[in-house]
Ligand binder design. Structure first.
Ligand SMILES: [Zn+2]
Length: 157
């Protein structure tokens, strides 16, 4: 909304803190607040740089599902919104990934099963047709061979 969301540092120091000056926005919920605010008044997001341990835990939370779930359940990280944000995002991302790939694999299995089923039906129909034709030829006294198999049978004694 405000055309200028970030003021130069020298201006911030000169403005009395009582003024409702909105200098920065929460990266979590977009709530505007003073640049000196340590925690977002709306959601509690820490406005100070994230410590390395929290960053490491948040990064580890992107391993498939389990680490993120553990992070969310651990009392230690109950108030670590940065870590929890990434843990939740990881969980949602993995759910979407697993649903899509699982669905694709399931459909591919169905497609493969359908193809095999169609092949089986066609092969059965072909076999019934050959059975009928070859029986008829034999009955009529005709030496009628099918390709490949007829040649093979001719060589046998
Ligand atoms: Zn916030």
């Amino acid at each position: 909304m405000a055309g200028e969301s970030i003021k130069p540092v020298e201006n911030t120091a000169s403005i009395p803190s009582s003024l409702p000056e909105e200098d920065i926005h929460c990266p979590h919920c977009e709530t505007p607040m003073s640049a000196k605010t340590a925690f977002c008044p709306a959601c509690g997001w820490s406005m100070t740089p994230v410590p390395p341990l929290e960053r490491a835990v948040a990064a580890a939370g992107y391993l498939p599902l389990l680490p993120a779930a553990v992070v969310l359940l651990l009392p230690t990280y109950r108030r670590h919104l940065f870590v929890r944000f990434h843990a939740w995002q990881s969980i949602f991302l993995w759910i979407v990934f697993l649903a899509l790939t699982g669905g694709a694999l399931f459909l591919s299995n169905i497609a493969a099963a359908m193809a095999l089923l169609v092949f089986g039906i066609l092969a059965t129909l072909a076999m019934l047709f050959l059975w009928f034709v070859l029986s008829l030829k034999a009955w009529q006294g005709e030496r009628f061979g099918v390709p490949l198999l007829g040649d093979l049978a001719a060589r046998m004694k």
